[in-house]
Design a protein around this ligand. Structure first.
Ligand SMILES: Cc1ncc(COP(=O)(O)O)c(C=O)c1O
Length: 478
């Protein structure tokens, strides 16, 4: 009897096509600067170029790969271009991509320690490494009362922190009864919008989120926070959660965590620190001051998928008291019961996050840390900061422009003195040109350009060219 027809890719085909895909990625990186950084397609254009119906018969892989070039690349905004200066970066690197590929190859689902012990233990171990690498407090170590876990994003990390804060403040009653309208959360007016979403999702209600005013440097005013907490207590409310930011999205402002953490400690309020992009800077001893005060925080998160060369998604989240987090999120149905869980000797990371299932993300992070070493990571972070500071210097020297905020690290907020329309015009022309990609924010209600140096392969020549192009467009527009 002839063997039954299989539709699978054979191991030999997999090897051949796999090599072709890796070759394609390597080629893509070598020509990435030839593409317009911001995709130029119109809404609906990509879909219009795709077949209306799925194939009934399988297609040759070579043709599928060819279609990446023709059908997909036009709709790609090239986040990995060294001329990408928009938002905050989502940078990648060779070791991270290969680690992710291996993670896909192993195809592990690490919801429980028992479903792949290496998936859990490597993650715990690498997050303990990072405590030392970033100068984070010892109580975040898994060997102490805390521990770290990889979440998909900073938004999920802050949601988990908020849920644990909610339960701690209500002695775990709100998990059973829901929120009673008295719980209050606090963050600054400059915090990331994910905190607002978290407050909605966690059931506190947006009216229960206090957006604390900021100072002239866009950092939270700690005295205003302390007063608001006192006022809320007097009004019979229950302050439960503060989110401080190290490196706000708009302007990279650094909240005064030492003062904020003392207020939280004195009021028994959970302090979460969101260092989504800027936490990476603490790899370098000279920037580690950004972590002052974190020793009193209940939780902390930063995204290696922003600035630490680890491709999306990878957010590292630590808690000082893992018992509170686990008690908040753990539910044990019969079908997940197993001896290792019952022994109490293992972490089951499903209890540290919202979803049940989880990928083997630690692999790419481990590859990055081992490939670069502290030396390599520090080298690139330092270089990015240096380039951003240089760019800030050029802004100061050109009397048509001004800085719009302090530049503590690698984000420069600046504007042309000609007003909002001129700045919008400069940005639109630059982005349309495809030479680079910049985004904006509003600071003190004024349109502000942002240039963030954090893409893996950005070098001095890219920042120099960006400045030249900005000057050229400024001359055209004003
Ligand atoms: C300070 C800060 N927090 C949180 C986030 C949300 O990040 P994520 O996409 O990982 O949820 C961002 C995104 O830029 C951010 O800048």
């Amino acid at each position: 009897m002839p063997p039954e027809k299989t539709f699978h890719m054979t191991p030999d085909e997999f090897r051949r096509h796999g090599h072709a895909v890796v070759d394609w990625i390597a080629d893509y990186y070598s020509r990435i600067e030839s593409y317009p950084v911001l995709s130029r397609v119109e809404p609906g254009q990509i879909r219009a170029s795709l077949p209306a119906n799925p194939p009934v018969k399988g297609e040759p892989f070579d043709g599928i790969l060819e279609n990446i070039e023709k059908l997909i690349l036009p709709g790609i905004t090239h986040w990995q271009s060294p001329n990408f200066f928009a938002f905050f970066p989502a940078n990648a690197s060779g070791p991270a991509i290969l680690g992710d590929l291996l993670s896909s190859g192993l195809g592990v689902q690490g919801m429980l320690w028992a479903t792949s012990p290496a998936c859990t233990e490597l993650e715990t171990h690498v997050l303990d490494w990072l405590v030392g690498m970033l100068g984070l407090p010892q109580r975040f170590l898994s060997t102490n009362s805390g521990g770290g876990v990889i979440q998909d994003t900073a938004s999920s990390a802050s949601l988990c922190a908020l849920l644990a804060a909610r339960e701690r403040a209500t002695n775990f009653a709100s998990n059973r009864r829901g929120c009673d309208g008295r719980l209050v959360a606090y963050t600054s007016t400059q915090a990331h919008s994910s905190i607002e979403k978290d407050v909605q999702v966690a059931g506190l209600g947006l009216d229960q989120l206090r957006l604390i005013a900021v100072d002239e440097n866009f950092a939270m005013r700690p005295a205003t926070l302390a007063k608001q907490i006192t006022d809320d207590r007097r009004a019979g409310l229950v302050p439960c959660f503060v989110c401080a930011t190290i490196g706000t999205t708009s302007s990279n402002a650094i909240d005064p965590v030492p003062e904020i953490s003392r207020t939280c400690r004195d009021n028994n309020v959970w302090l979460h620190v969101d260092a989504a992009m800027s936490g990476t800077a603490a790899l370098c001893p000279e920037f580690r001051h950004i972590h002052a005060g974190v020793e009193l925080a209940d939780s902390y998160a930063f995204n290696p998928h922003k600035w630490m060369f680890t491709n999306f998604d990878c957010d590292c989240f630590w808690v000082a008291d893992r018992a509170a987090l686990i008690k908040t999120l753990s539910i044990l149905p019969e079908y997940l019961k197993n001896k290792a869980t019952e022994s109490g000797a293992v972490f089951d990371y499903r209890d540290w996050q919202i979803p049940l299932g989880r990928r083997f993300r630690a692999l790419k992070l481990w590859f990055v840390i081992r490939h670069y070493g502290m030396e390599g990571l520090q080298h690139h972070v330092r270089r990015h900061v240096e380039l951003a500071q240089q760019f800030a210097g050029w802004i100061k020297e050109d009397e048509r422009f001004e800085l719009a905020a302090p530049v503590p690290l690698n984000l420069v907020c600046f504007r042309h003195k000609g007003g909002d329309e001129v700045n919008q015009g400069i940005m639109d022309r630059l982005n349309r040109s495809g030479d680079l990609y910049l985004t904006h924010t509003k600071l003190n209600d004024r349109f502000t350009l942002r240039l963030c140096v954090g893409q893996t392969n950005t070098e001095a020549r890219h920042v120099e060219r960006a400045w030249k192009r900005i000057q050229e467009e400024a001359t055209q527009v004003s």
